[in-house]
Structures are given as C-alpha cells and as structure tokens.
Ligand binder design. Structure first.
Ligand code: PHB
Length: 398
C-alpha cells in the first residue's frame, strides 16, 4: 500500500482562501503536526470516489493553507482498494497506533465505514465519513460525524414527488445489493406506497461486476411506469448504456433515481439517453450559487480540467472545512472529545448549499434537490428545479 504524506503548501497559494484559519490569536505550543488519516479507495472499481475526494482535500488545503492557529496540519492518504473492510480496519488501526492521527477521514463505501467504526471509538478519535451513505453509519460509533449524505435523506423526497407530482403509478425498484441500496429500496417503497403507488417488484443487483442486462430484461417484461434506481458512484454509465440498448425507454419505461446514477463524474461522457431524467440529490455541479460556481471553477482548474467535481468531492471538501473549523474553535491542542464537541451543531455554506451537523445524531442536515438532466453547451448537467430545505436523515422504516 502506497503511503503519501502531503507536506506544506506555500502561503503564496492562499490567494483564494475565504476564511483565515491561520490567523492565530493563541499560537500552538504543540510542535507535532495535527494529523488527518485519510483512507480512500484510490484503486479498484471505486477509485473515482477516492480521486474526487482526494482532489477536493488537496484543493481545500491549497486554498486554506496547512496551518490552523499555528498548528501544522498534515494529511496522510492511504489507499484501501475499496472492497475489503478488514483492510480498511487494519489501516485505521495503523494510523491510530503508529501515525497517531488526530482524526480519521474518508470511507468510500458503507462496509468500510462499518469496519473502521470500532477503531474510532476505542481511540476516541473523530471519524469523518466523507462518502458512505447508509443511514445507520452514525450509530456505529459516537465519534462518527458525516459530511456526505444518507440514502433515506435523498430518496424520500423523490418517492413523494414520483407519486404525487409525476403521477407515476407503478414502479420496479432496482438497487445495488448492499446496505445503502437496501436503505434506498425500503425508503422508496415505504414513501411511494404510502402515497398510493404500487411496487411491482424489488430487484437487487450485485455490488461487484454487475451485469445489468438480465435484470433490465425483467423490468422490460413487467412494464412498470418507472424504474427507481440506486447504484453507487461508478457503474452509472454502464447501467444507462444498457437501459438504452435494451430499449426500456422506447418501451415507455421511465428511469428515476438517486443522483448517484447520473454522477457528475460520469455525466459529461453520457449520451442523449439521459435527456430529461429526474433524480434527487444533495449536490449538482450545476447548483446555482456563487460558492458553487467558485468551487467548480477552482476544482476544474486545480485538476487541469480533467473532470467535473461530483458529490463525493463536496463530501471531502466539507469534511476538511469541518476539521479546520473544529480545530480553530476547540484550539490547536484539542483532544478528540473536544474536537467532536466543537463539530456538533456546526453550520456553514457549502458549494451544495447551507449545511449543518445535527448535534444529536452527528449526521448532516442539508437541502435535497430534484434535478433534470439537460444539455447545456454540448454536455449534460443535472439542473435543479425543486428544493427541499434542511432535510434530516429520516431513517429507514422497519
Ligand atoms: C456507500 O457505500 O455507502 C455508498 C457509496 C457510493 C455511493 C453511495 C453510497 O454513491
């Protein structure tokens, strides 16, 4: 496993900083750096998640400097490969014991966050979940704070809209077969049927190397009004391609879903099969705010215009904001418990809109948006058309 220690970035890079983290009324007496142990899938099928989050973490550091109140901040990045929870747990243990990190961060997928949670509890180290999105994650350790999303949070508003506004009567749910997919399915079924909709079937597809074709054939044969989709960030392009090739749209079946399927990381390379598709999510690169316009421009410039920032990137960017703000508030020599206390109830303006950390659950409270895929200047974007304000995780029905 390759270890990359990121070191100081010159103060000259601070031009775009919006908050002065470094201005130090009380300079730190602690000469050891404040260490953030960042564990991400940098290789394997979910490497796009690691790449997006790591770029955002580097961008945040470039914009805000690597010192908070006189204490040097060091990010230690390690790759867990994405699919082996035991690996993630071992890396978290090594980071706590050998590197003596002050905060753990990252966690690309739910099983990896589950695996690392006991390490955070035992070490009394805050664990910032920047990506994983199963509702129950925050219950796995009192040291977990989440800056990503929860599947119930983004799914419930879509199910409501589908039944009440889009007048969709019958749905087949189509989710990846692991914890966040189960959350999405249960919440969609609950909300949609509560509002008079009918579920014809609930299909679960494997997490690893999914071949969507046979499952899509089943959907086509059953002819629902719509197929509700959750797949994690990554396989969305392949699903959309097969949805088109199998002729589901031509058969009159509408696709709706959580925003992960039309991930901004993939969307610029997708074709007209995505035109008009409605999804719900907490972040779109097309979000119309000055903060987001500045973020997208800075991200694209920083990574040499290779890719568009997606929702994973804002989870990383806001996770860094949370850590810096907590360190600033609790002081440069703060313990894990003091940092955690500082994080609870914190609120700020993110590129995604206003966000806060629920002081009781340590989960993120944020706006959820309905978006429609539209072509603008030759590329598709998720254009937001309805906002649900300050949505908390509603949890999962039994
Ligand atoms: C998760 O494993 O919790 C997860 C990963 C990627 C997503 C959503 C959820 O896009």
């Amino acid at each position: 496993m390759k270890r990359i220690i990121k070191t100081a970035l010159a103060a000259a890079c601070l031009a775009t900083a919006s908050t002065s983290w470094a201005a130090a009324p009380a300079a730190s007496t602690d000469k050891t750096p404040f260490k953030i142990g960042l564990i991400l899938p940098m290789t394997g099928p979910f490497a796009s998640t690691g790449k997006q989050i790591n770029t955002a973490v580097e961008l945040f550091t470039k914009q805000n400097g690597d010192t908070v109140d006189g204490r040097k901040v060091q990010v230690i990045l390690r790759d867990d490969g994405g699919l082996q929870p035991e690996n993630t747990k071992r890396i978290a243990q090594e980071m706590v014991v050998q590197d003596k990190v002050n905060v753990l961060a990252g966690f690309g997928l739910t099983p990896l966050a589950f695996a690392a949670a006991p390490v955070a509890t035992q070490a009394k180290v805050p664990m910032i979940v920047m990506s994983a999105a199963t509702s129950s994650i925050v219950k796995k350790s009192p040291y977990i704070v989440r800056t990503s999303l929860t599947l119930p949070q983004v799914t419930a508003p879509l199910a409501d809209w589908a039944a009440k506004t889009a007048k969709i009567k019958t749905v087949i749910t189509f989710v990846t077969d692991y914890a966040p997919g189960h959350d999405a399915e249960k919440v969609f079924v609950h909300e949609f049927t509560k509002n008079g909709g009918k579920i014809l079937e609930s299909i679960r597809v494997p997490l690893q190397n999914p071949d969507f074709a046979p499952y899509l054939q089943r959907v086509k044969d059953a002819k629902p009004d719509a197929m509700f989709v959750f797949v994690p960030s990554g396989p969305g392009s392949e699903l959309m391609k097969q949805f088109k090739d199998k002729g589901l749209a031509k058969a009159g079946i509408r696709l709706i879903g959580d925003g992960d399927v039309l991930d901004d990381d993939l969307l610029p390379h997708m074709g007209d099969e995505v035109a008009g598709i409605v999804t719900s999510h907490h972040y779109s690169a097309a979000h119309d705010s000055p903060e987001n316009k500045a973020y997208v421009a800075a991200f694209e410039k920083f990574d040499g215009n290779k890719y568009r920032p997606n929702f994973m990137s804002v989870g990383g960017y806001d996770g860094m904001h949370l850590i810096y703000a907590a360190l600033k508030k609790a002081g440069p020599t703060a313990t894990g418990d003091q940092l955690l206390a500082a994080m609870k109830g914190m609120h700020w303006e993110s590129p995604r809109g206003p966000i806060s950390i629920d002081p009781q659950t340590r989960d993120i409270i944020q706006n959820v948006y309905l978006r429609r895929a539209e072509k603008i200047n030759g590329q598709y974007w998720n254009v937001e058309f309805k906002t649900f304000h300050d949505v908390k995780d509603p949890g999962v029905p039994d």
